[in-house]
Design a binder for this molecule. Structure first.
Ligand code: DQA
Length: 142
């Protein structure tokens, strides 16, 4: 089966413990299970990866260049990591960025994404629904 990379950046391993007003109450495992079913209905498998380390995220992207596409929530690296931007761009894969919270209506620094220019589109602000819509969009591009 063709694979989609579902990548989560720093602190997203703590979903379920983080502020539910921003991030909802699902754990990362629960979120991934929902998306896995969604991908499988379109005959894609999800290869998931979470790390709190920028370099590990970049290594994972470089090592999985045979994927069909990337769905990524870079966490706070969204707002600072030019290295992650370059890894996404260099992969040559269709990438979609996703956030659980409404990053446009929180602290001003969260509204800035340095990774979005390497992505086809950014989804945010609807908690788990942001992910579902982002995955639907990515699937529509493959
Ligand atoms: C986040 C938004 C980021 O600003 C934050 O640092 C996160 C999660 C989100 O999914 O809303 O860790 O990417």
């Amino acid at each position: 089966m063709k694979k989609i990379l579902l990548i989560h950046g720093p602190n997203l391993n703590h979903l379920g413990k983080r502020d539910p007003a921003h991030y909802g109450s699902l754990t990362l495992d629960e979120l991934e299970d929902t998306l896995r079913s969604q991908a499988e209905t379109e005959d894609y498998t999800l290869k998931t990866f979470q790390s709190n380390h920028e370099g590990a995220l970049i290594d994972f992207i470089q090592e999985n260049g045979d994927a069909a596409g990337i769905l990524i929530n870079p966490g706070a690296l969204t707002h600072s990591s030019y290295a992650l931007h370059d890894a996404l761009l260099d992969s040559g894969l269709p990438c979609v960025e996703v956030h659980l919270s409404d990053i446009k209506n929180r602290e001003p620094w969260r509204a800035i994404s340095v990774t979005t220019p390497a992505c086809l589109k950014q989804f945010y602000g609807k908690q788990v629904q942001s992910y579902e819509e982002a995955l639907d969009f990515l699937l529509s591009q493959l």
